[in-house]
Structures are given as structure tokens and as C-alpha cells.
Design a binder for this molecule. Structure first.
Ligand code: GLN
Length: 536
């Protein structure tokens, strides 16, 4: 293949939520399975500089990369599919684009000129698109453009694509994802919305090369021909994307439809090799043929919107397949749990996970659930705030520090067992200022954590301001809590566990971000295994 990077753009039409992220990740997977290197980037048209300041109800989970970027949850899909870490460069928002153009203007970089959407904003967008290509690491950069064609906000991105298609026509192509609605009264798939959204793209000067059509029903040859005719694409470039039982089926569906072959042909690249998806198929086979089932409770305060805990839910799918079992997740609102109803609420669960989060709402329900898990030998995994709650629960009910709390929830507590770091105390800007990204952690030999990871040093990703307060270390250890993982540079406690319990671990970091299809996270695998072996 030629040494130049190829740029593939994925746009969306008709409606949002068609799954551009999954189609992008599936195409990248197929290219990777043929031995090519690929990465995926998401351009988000909102003004926030990153999604770190967004409430999960607004935008779902905030996904964190190794280099500490707070990003869109689609980046999680990219990593789970490809097994290759993403970085800050993989997610760019309109806010970030404008921020850097305005910074340059203030420095005087455009001195004497009027700064405009075209060319300054579109140039900045094009630079961001090319950053990943310029690393020399990838043969393909797939860029997903957030939003739907026709949105005012995504216009500069579409314009940047038009310019790039003009500047490097050999190295660029556009895949447009659309919807074919099915009208049950006439029993027909309708093509008009697709025609209209392609017309809109054409108005902006962009001719898509491939149309991926989401549909609940198979698309016959006549419909394909009709769409091809109206939209100026080859009939074999009209691809059917049927609803799948799991997102992990989509690469195989796209392989069947030859999406990868069409892309390679269009870009003039060899497609004689076959994709090797052996690992992927082994995973799917396990996923579809579970031998057992296990019920695990996910206790959080954003459970109405399942996207808020996307990476956790996916990590359970990976770990379930590894254990050849189906993990049945019970999403339990922490605000609904009280000391009185707890037995009823958590009855029959074989494992309890207390989720990450911010703020006071629902905190007592989380602490009550941990007390229940600890006293009833139910396997427990606490993540970030979940770990902090485990520390608070232990302080209150084992150490007898009745007023114990995190300073985040109760700044006046007399026992701040979770406290803010000195470095965080004077922070005035909320965006991008938490302890973010990958940090090393040393594991204590002979502990459960060491057994789970089978190594001495690990790296995990963080996103929090508060920490275990080391002033209480001695009291916790003496009362039986093991501090099994510590940051070697700062001495911060990253993992706590209870050796007199079948499986009780709290982690200050987020293991869910690093679980992939091919490499399920060891903590989740071990936790599911413990839930499976729990004596009822
Ligand atoms: N709110 C807690 C903190 O800032 C935990 C954050 C989280 O769970 N991600 O430390």
C-alpha cells in the first residue's frame, strides 16, 4: 500500500443514533483484521471544549484515555473493538477548535486578517483531522462526524470534508450512514429520507462514495439500484446494515456486505487478503452460547440512562463471555435503597458493583449496599466513588467513626476518610482539572489484587478529585482492610480489599475503560467468576 494515510469520513443522515460509531469501529476492525493499521476519530459539533463538564444525562458516559483526555463514549467503542489506545487527538469538539483559533488570534498569528469560519475554522478542523495521519502510525484514519447532516453546528465539518476531498481526492472517501424506514401499512422500505439527506450533502458539495443503510428489513436489489441511481453511487456501494442482536455482530455483518472490500477498492488498495477475525468469532461464540447465568447489581444514580455506565456494561459483556456465562445486570437506583428495604432490593444478587459518580445524591444508598455486601459475603466491586464509599462504610461501621465521610459530600465531617488532594484545593476551573488519565499502581504481593492481575505493577486510568486520606492508614490496616495497591510516586491508595471476605475490592481508578473484546479486564473477569461461585 502507498505510504500516504487514507482518510475515511463517516457522516450521518435522516436521524441521530444510527450508530456511526459502531459502523466506524466495525470498518476499522475489518481493516485491522486484514493487517492494516487504523484509528478512529470523533468530531463533536458542540461548544463544550470536552464532554468532561457534561452531566451523564446529557451525553452518557465520559470516557477517559491514557493521556487524560475526557472524551465521547464512542472512543470507548473504538478501543473495545480495536484494542488500540486512543488519545486526545481522537476526539475534537467545536469548542476546542474555536478555543485554539481564538488563542492563535490573540497571539497575533493572523495579524492584519479577519478571522473567519472559512478558512480559519475549517483549516483548524483539517489540521485536527490530519494530526493522526501525520503520526505515521496509521494507514487509515476514520473520522466520524457527530450530529446529522443539515444541523447548523456540523456545517463547518462538512465543509472541511469537501475541501479535503478536493485537495487530496485519491486519499479521501465519504461513507454516509442513513435510515430506510419501514412502513408497515404498505409493507415497504422507504428510500425518500435517504435521497433527501444525500441531496443535502450534495448541496454542501460532498458526494458520498458509500451509503450504509440502517434497516429493520433486508434491502432487495431493486431498492439498492433505486438508491444508487438517485444518489450517484455504485449499486454495490449501497450497503445494508440490519439491526444486530449485539454491537459485536456488526463487523461480521459489514464483512458479509463487503464494506471493507468496497472501501479498499475505492482507495486503490489491495484487498486480496481475507480478514482474520478468529479471536473475534471465538468471543462471539462464547457470547451467544453461555452455559450459565449470573445476576449482578449495578448500583448508581444515573441508571435511567444506561449510556451513563457504558464501559461498565460492556466490560461485563466481555467478562461474561470469558466466563462462558451471561451476566444479567440489575440496574438499581442508589436513591431507592434504604436500610429498611435493602434486603428486598438486593435479594438474589450474586455480585454488587457500586458505580462511579459525583455529588451527594444517592450516596447513603450506595453505602448501605456496601454494608450489605460486606456483611453477607456478596462479591463486591467498587469503582472510584464506589471505592470511596467502601472506605466510608468501613470507617463508620467497623472503625466506629460514625460521622466519617468524604469531604466532597460533607466538608465539615470530623472524620474525612476521603479528602481532596492539596493540589486540587485551589482549582477555579472545573474543566480538565481532575486527576486524569493513566497512572502506575504497585500491587502488594499475596493480596487478591495481585492474584487477579498476576503482576506487581499495573497502569490504570483515573478521573477524580478526592482520595483515600492517608492519615487514617494505620487505623484501617489494624481493623483488617488491606491497602493492596498504591501509587508508587505519590503514595496514594488505589486499591482496598477485605481478606476475610470471598471477594471485596474497591479501586480508585476505572478498570472498565481498559476492557476490550480480545482482552477482557482481569478485575471484571475475576469478579464475575466470584459471583458465579457464590454459594447462594
Ligand atoms: N466524586 C469522586 C471524586 O471526585 C469520584 C469520582 C468518580 O467516581 N469518577 O473523587
Amino acid at each position: 500500500m502507498s505510504s500516504t494515510t487514507k482518510y475515511i469520513f463517516v457522516t450521518g443522515g435522516v436521524t441521530s443514533s444510527l450508530g456511526k460509531g459502531i459502523i466506524s469501529a466495525s470498518l476499522a476492525k475489518l481493516l485491522q483484521a486484514r493487517g492494516y493499521t487504523a484509528t478512529i476519530q470523533k468530531l463533536d459539533p458542540y461548544i463544550n471544549v470536552d464532554p468532561g463538564t457534561l452531566n451523564p444525562y446529557e451525553h452518557g458516559e465520559c470516557y477517559v484515555t491514557d493521556d487524560g483526555a475526557e472524551t465521547d463514549l464512542d472512543l470507548g467503542h473504538y478501543e473495545r473493538f480495536l484494542g488500540v489506545p486512543t488519545s486526545q487527538a481522537n476526539n475534537v469538539t467545536t469548542g476546542r477548535i474555536y478555543q485554539s483559533v481564538i488563542e492563535k488570534e490573540r497571539k497575533g498569528e493572523f495579524l492584519g486578517k479577519t478571522v473567519q469560519v472559512i478558512p480559519h475554522i475549517t483549516d483548524e478542523i483539517k489540521n485536527r483531522i490530519k494530526i493522526l495521519g501525520k503520526t505515521g502510525k496509521y494507514q487509515f484514519v476514520i473520522t466520524e462526524i457527530g450530529g446529522t447532516v443539515g444541523d447548523i453546528e456540523s456545517l463547518p465539518y462538512i465543509e472541511a470534508v469537501r475541501q479535503l476531498k478536493w485537495e487530496i481526492p485519491e486519499d479521501c472517501m465519504v461513507i454516509h450512514l442513513t435510515l430506510l424506514p419501514y412502513l408497515s401499512t404498505s409493507g415497504e422500505l422507504k428510500t425518500k429520507p435517504t435521497q433527501h439527506s444525500v441531496k443535502l450533502l450534495l448541496e454542501y458539495g460532498v458526494q458520498p462514495d458509500v451509503l450504509v443503510c440502517r434497516s429493520e428489513h433486508a434491502i432487495n436489489k431493486d431498492i439498492r439500484r433505486k438508491i444508487a441511481l438517485f444518489c450517484n453511487v455504485a449499486p454495490d456501494a449501497v450497503i445494508e446494515a440490519l439491526d444486530a442482536s449485539t454491537i459485536y455482530e456488526v463487523p461480521l455483518l459489514m464483512e458479509k456486505e463487503k464494506l471493507d472490500v468496497i472501501v479498499l477498492k475505492k482507495l486503490g488498495i489491495d484487498h486480496s487478503t481475507e480478514p482474520n477475525l478468529d479471536n473475534w468469532k471465538t468471543f462471539l461464540n462464547r457470547l451467544h452460547n453461555p452455559k450459565k447465568e449470573v445476576r449482578i447489581g449495578l448500583i448508581g444514580k444515573y441508571v435511567e440512562l444506561k449510556d451513563s455506565y457504558k464501559s461498565i456494561a460492556e466490560a461485563f459483556i466481555h467478562a461474561g463471555a470469558m466466563n462462558e456465562c451471561k451476566v444479567q445486570l440489575d440496574w438499581i437506583h442508589s436513591e431507592s435503597i434504604t436500610e429498611e428495604n435493602i434486603k428486598e432490593k438486593l435479594k438474589g444478587l450474586k455480585g454488587i458493583l457500586v458505580a462511579p459518580g459525583f455529588g451527594n445524591r444517592g450516596i447513603e444508598g450506595k453505602i448501605a449496599a456496601i454494608k450489605y455486601a460486606r456483611e453477607n459475603n456478596v462479591p463486591f466491586l467498587g469503582i472510584c466513588l464506589g471505592m470511596q464509599c467502601a472506605v466510608i462504610e468501613f470507617a463508620r461501621n467497623v472503625l466506629g467513626l460514625k460521622d466519617a465521610h468524604s469531604r466532597e459530600m460533607n466538608p465539615a465531617t470530623s472524620s474525612p476518610v476521603i479528602d481532596i488532594l492539596e493540589a486540587q484545593k485551589n482549582i477555579s476551573h472545573m474543566g480538565g482539572t481532575m486527576r486524569l488519565g493513566s497512572y502506575p499502581c504497585k500491587l502488594e504481593e499475596g493480596t487478591k489484587a495481585f492474584e487477579v492481575y498476576s503482576k506487581k505493577e499495573i497502569n490504570e486510568r483515573h478521573r477524580h478529585r478526592y482520595e483515600f486520606n492517608n492519615e487514617y492508614t494505620k487505623e484501617f490496616i489494624e481493623a483488617g482492610m488491606v491497602l493492596s495497591g498504591v501509587n508508587p510516586d505519590a503514595g496514594l491508595v488505589e486499591i482496598v480489599e477485605l481478606p476475610n471476605h470471598p471477594w471485596f475490592i474497591g479501586v480508585q481508578f476505572h478498570p472498565e475503560y481498559k476492557s476490550t473484546v480480545v482482552n477482557p479486564h482481569p478485575l471484571f473477569v475475576s469478579f464475575v467468576n466470584a459471583a458465579l461461585t457464590k454459594i447462594s
